[in-house]
Design a protein around this ligand. Sequence first.
Ligand code: Q9C
Ligand code: ZN
Length: 346
Amino acid sequence: MKIFHNPLHAQHAGRQEMYRGRLVPCHEVPDRLDHVLNELQRRPMGDLLTPNAAPERSRLERVHSARYLDFLASAWDQWVAVDPANAALDALPSVWPVRGFRADVEPENFAARMGLYSFDAGTPLMAGTWAAAQMGAACALAAADAVLAGERRAFALTRPPGHHAGPDFFGGYCFLNNAALAAQALRDGGIERVAVLDVDYHHGNGTQSIFYERADVLTVSIHGDPRTEYPFFLGHADERGADDGAGFNLNLPLPRGTNWPTWRATLQRALDAVRGFGAQALVLAAGLDTFEGDPISGFHLRSGDYQQVGADIAALGLPTVVTFEGGYAVAEVGVNAVNLLQGLVA
Ligand code: Q9C
Ligand code: ZN
C-alpha cells in the first residue's frame, strides 16, 4: 500500500495541555509517529512517500470554513503580536462562547478568537502547527487520490491527528480533519457513497459534525461512552443524523473497561452498518488508543488484537484510506499501528 507520511509533523510539538484541571506534558508527541515509521522499517508495508506541497486551499474549504482556515493560518503571528515574549510559549485557549453567546461576530481580541475556534484547553498551538497540519491534510488527500487512482489501500501517517476537528473548530489535539478531507476527496472523485469508520477510543465528534446533515457519507464511531469519556458532549447512541443525514450517523459507545470480545462484537455491528449503507469506499480513522496500555483511555485491546481488527475491516472488501489518529502508549503505538495494517492487507 502507499503510505504518505508527514515530513513536517515534528514542527507541531506542544509543551503542555490542560488535563483534569492541571497543565501536564502533552500526550500527543512527535515520538508517536516516529515509532510507527521505525516499525515500518522493520516490517515494510509498502511505498513510503511524502507529499511535496501543502494542499490547495479549495480542497480544505470542502470541509472547513474559510474564516477558520484564515484564523489557523494567522494564529501564531497574532499570538506573538500580542506580546513578543509569547514566541517562547504555546498558545492555549481559555475562554469559550457557550449557549446563548454570539459566534457570528468574530472578536478582535486574540484569546477570544482562540476560544471561538476551539472546544478545549488540551490542544496547544505553536509556530509550526499550521505548516504541520496542512502537510498532514496533504497526506490524507494524497491517500484519497491514490485510492481514486486504483490503489486498494493507502495510509495517511500524520500528526497532529484530525477526527476531533470540526468545520470551524480545533480541539482534542486536532486542527484539520484528515479523515473528513479524505472522505470528501473520495466523494469529489466520483465515489457516490463513502463510509467513515472511526475506531479511536474517543468519539469522532468533528467528523460527525461535518457530515451530520448528509446522506452521502455514513459516519460510524466506536468509542468510550461520552457520559464518562472525552469529548463528553457528543457521541451518544441517539445521535443518528439530521435532515438529509437522518439515519446516516451511528454511534456505538462502550463503557470504560471494555475488553476485546465485546469490542470486536461491536466492530461487527459497525461493519454491518457500512455494508447496509452500500459504501463504495471506506475511510478508517485509526486511533490506537483502545490499547490496554494507553495512558488516557480505558479499553483493553492487546497488541495482537489489532491484526484481527484489520482483517475484520478488510473483509468489507472496500477500497480504504486509513488515517492515523490517537494512540498515546508511545513505545507500543508503532507495533499496534503496523499490526492493524498487516491485518488489513492479509
Ligand atoms: N482538556 C485523540 O485521540 N484529553 N484525541 C482531555 C481536555 C483529550 C484525544 C483534554 C483527549 C484527546 C485524537
Ligand atoms: Zn483518541
